[in-house]
Design a protein around this ligand. Structure first.
Ligand SMILES: *Cc1c(COP(=O)(O)O)cnc(C)c1O
Length: 452
């Protein structure tokens, strides 16, 4: 009988994070300030602790993980790598399918991997309060979980449609002691501005980020924390891929293709970048980011400087973007509704070193249900995007007879997403056409930047 769960000992939790910048062929594009010049670290210090700002710009290949952070990781790490024997059999594919399961964390996704590190460095810097945004509630819950471990108060601006769709994510954050507000609120300048334009605004990640950043910038005891997109967040998530590589070694296999759902890019970066290190030294491995066809930043966006938030409070980052004021359709994968993408993921994509695919909502739920009925775990709707792409590839292998090794990051479980599964079963879930007009309109508002 061949192995199903490939497990590591707690002593094998990585001791260092991997920084992909060291292996990129070109230096990363710098974030720009309102004057179009690269922002210095001082511009970020109103909202981030110095240790994270250093990590944001570091070119060092390996960065030590503090003992305290590894100790908290021990609550759920190392996470298991599974061989999907039953899914393979159901598909009749010669492909070998593996998945790393990040749903074993207390919050149910990969996001606590960076929340722990961010909580730690903020506490070290004497910070007492953190503000943040959350879409589907996965990030807000992760920061709430960690806040109580480090004696930090957490205030979460939750995108209004998710606030209404997912009351239990809210209760979860409250259980861990966080305060949760439906964004846009009337408590910030940014929120009031959006509400004046559209009193019924469903909110967006970009709007919630504006609110959280504005509050953090205005208070000395308060910092801001972001759950994806930034270099330091992707760095922290590399524990996923680093563990996976050890697990593949144990069974003497290695992926031909690595897949992960892609919202802001942190779980993709976390799973894929450690394999990029091998690719950079000549190994053949394809890295595939999978995004929703209704919010297709990599596959249909522009590669340009844009703001990270809706209102334009953040520095501009060069990234694949749909426009900072693009409000995506209310699809049921709230974690993938960000208008842009990580600058590192964007640059690697632009240079043809990684790939991207867009998939439609209904096929992702078809895939998630097939997965659940064979592997047992009910995936988060975000994770279903990667599963869908893997199943398509495995079916291709059935046709060609190729025995490829396919690996994906099962970024979280779907236990708080059953209302979305209900809609799928009752036929109320739809595909959205590529929202060309909304994207064209938003792209007209890209900031003007003279590059050179
Ligand atoms: C947030 C989230 C994602 C998207 O993650 P990014 O790192 O922003 O790309 C994917 N899956 C789950 C379960 C999530 O919670």
């Amino acid at each position: 009988m061949s192995q199903t769960k490939i497990l590591l000992d707690e002593s094998e939790i990585p001791t260092q994070w991997y920084n992909v910048i060291a292996d990129m062929p070109n230096p990363p594009t710098p974030p720009l300030g309102p004057d179009g010049k690269p922002v210095g670290p001082e511009a970020l210090s109103a909202i981030f602790p110095d240790a994270l700002i250093e990590q944001e710009v570091s070119g060092q290949r390996w960065i030590d993980i503090p003992d305290k952070v590894r100790e908290i990781y021990q609550l759920w790490r190392p996470s298991p790598l599974y061989r999907a024997h039953r899914l393979e059999a159901a598909l009749g594919t010669p492909a070998r399918i593996y998945y790393k399961y990040e749903g074993v964390s207390p919050a149910g996704s990969h996001k606590p991997n960076t929340a722990v590190a961010q909580g730690y460095y903020n506490q070290q810097a004497g910070i007492k309060r953190l503000t943040t945004e959350t879409g589907a509630g996965q990030w807000g819950s992760s920061l709430a979980l960690v806040g109580q471990m480090f004696d930090i108060e957490v205030r979460v601006y939750m995108v209004k449609v998710s606030y209404e769709q997912k009351p239990f994510r809210r209760s979860m954050m409250q259980t861990w002691g966080a305060e949760v507000l439906a964004s846009p609120t009337d408590q910030t300048e940014a929120g009031r501005k959006i509400l004046a334009g559209d009193p019924d605004s469903p909110g967006s990640l970009g709007i919630a980020i504006s609110e959280a950043v504005e509050e953090a910038a205005s208070r000395d005891d308060t910092n801001y924390s972001l759950g994806s997109v930034l270099n330091h967040v992707l760095l922290h998530q590399t524990v996923i891929g680093l563990e996976a590589k050890k697990q593949f070694e144990k069974v003497g296999d290695y992926p031909d293709m690595v897949f992960a759902p892609c919202g802001g890019g942190s779980n993709f970066g976390g799973a894929a970048f450690p394999f990029f290190a091998d690719k950079a030294s000549g190994k053949e491995v394809r890295l595939v980011a999978v995004e929703p066809a209704s919010c297709p930043s990599l596959t249909r966006g522009h590669y340009a400087y844009d703001f990270g938030d809706a209102v334009g409070l953040t520095p501009m980052m060069k990234m694949y973007t749909l426009g900072h004021d693009f409000v995506p359709p209310g699809i049921h994968a709230g974690g993938l509704r960000y208008h842009g993408d990580s600058a590192l993921v964007s640059q690697l994509y632009n240079e043809g070193l990684i790939e991207a695919q867009a998939v439609h909502q209904l096929e992702t739920f078809d895939a998630g249900v097939l997965f659940a009925r064979n592997e047992g775990i009910i995936p988060a709707p975000e994770s279903n995007h990667a599963i869908c792409a893997v199943i398509n590839e495995a079916r291709q292998c059935t046709k060609t007879g190729e025995a490829k090794t396919l690996f994906f990051n099962l970024s979280g479980h779907g236990h708080f997403d059953m209302a979305s599964y209900d809609k799928y079963f009752s036929g109320e879930l739809h595909d959205y056409e590529y929202p060309a007009e909304a994207i064209d309109a938003a792209l007209h508002n890209l900031p003007e930047v003279a590059e050179g």
